[in-house]
Design a protein around this ligand. Sequence first.
Ligand SMILES: C[S@@+](CC[C@H](N)C(=O)[O-])C[C@H]1O[C@@H](n2cnc3c(N)ncnc32)[C@H](O)[C@@H]1O
Length: 345
Amino acid sequence: MTSTAALGSVTARREARRETASYSSKSVSSQVDPVVAVGVARLYQLDCVEGMRLLLPDDSVSVVVTSPPYNIGVKYTSYQDARPRQEYLDWMEQVAKEIKRVLEPEGSFFLNVGNRPDDPWIAWDVANRLRQSFVLQNVISWVKSIAVEKEDVGDCPRIAGDVAVGHYKPISSSRFINDCHEFIYQFTKSGRVSVDRLGVGVPYQDKSNIGRWKAATKDRRCRGNTWFIPYSTIHSRARQRPHPSTFPVKLPRMCVMLHGLSRTGLVLDPFAGIGTTATACLQLGVPSIGFEIDADYVGWARDRLTEEYGKAYPGSATGQMSDAGEEAQPVSSSKSEHNIVKVED
Ligand SMILES: C[S@@+](CC[C@H](N)C(=O)[O-])C[C@H]1O[C@@H](n2cnc3c(N)ncnc32)[C@H](O)[C@@H]1O
């Protein structure tokens, strides 16, 4: 129930939180105006450590979902993604310490990191550095592309032949194979935080399993730690995904749902990019806050969230703020030069 049905079930929650965030006065300081304020989503053009220190009190965030720069030379507009490894890891540790301060005791910190084929330790180096601050509770493989051969699926009637699905960046190499997955590390403070396994569960293939075990009371089982979340097909990166390193909306959505929607207050993405986590939270009716240093990415995020809000609440104003923090007219999707269609779901 991670897509349509799940979104249906959160409608009431979303309605209840539709207007400006009731959390803002309680848990987010008003020292700085957000550049983006759409429904219950707030984005600030700030360095994330500075932003957390300025705006977020201790224990004020339920879930962090984020993907930092991986230090692999990605061409971001502002950030230089190639630093000496130790300096990069020191920075990750500094960010993690601030996340630990703002995270609730029972909160979850989902960190998405990937590697380069010629440097396959990066993600693990980051995870290892964070063990000084957090307990690594779950390791999820985010699978972007997979090939399944008919001969390997037994008599599964739904798979009629060999299939290969999803997208990845093909590499030309005699040494390395294409890199089709990344990691999502769930860090917690204790390692003992309950998760909503069935919140991102899947139906049993073999229905005779229902009722076979005490816990199997309905047609839903834990999906495990391999999540197939493909990028959607796009035709123009500049128009449809104007950022070199995003994750699909479904990824933060599943992380929040695994943590447990009913016990999620504020969600934080310290490396917000073009607002993918905020978009997922808007869909789920959960308040979110994000930090991003690049003005262009924040601008795209604003248009994207405005459009998403328009889809969720047709005909309503967004509560969108201008750069000066004043109320502005909703950005019209047809007029916006940065307008993007929702590309991932
Ligand atoms: C991997 S991308 C995140 C993309 C995001 N998950 C999305 O789907 O749009 C990392 C982002 O971190 C931003 N960034 C780099 N240093 C930062 C900092 N100190 N504070 C906040 N954001 C930063 C980069 O500009 C980049 O957009």
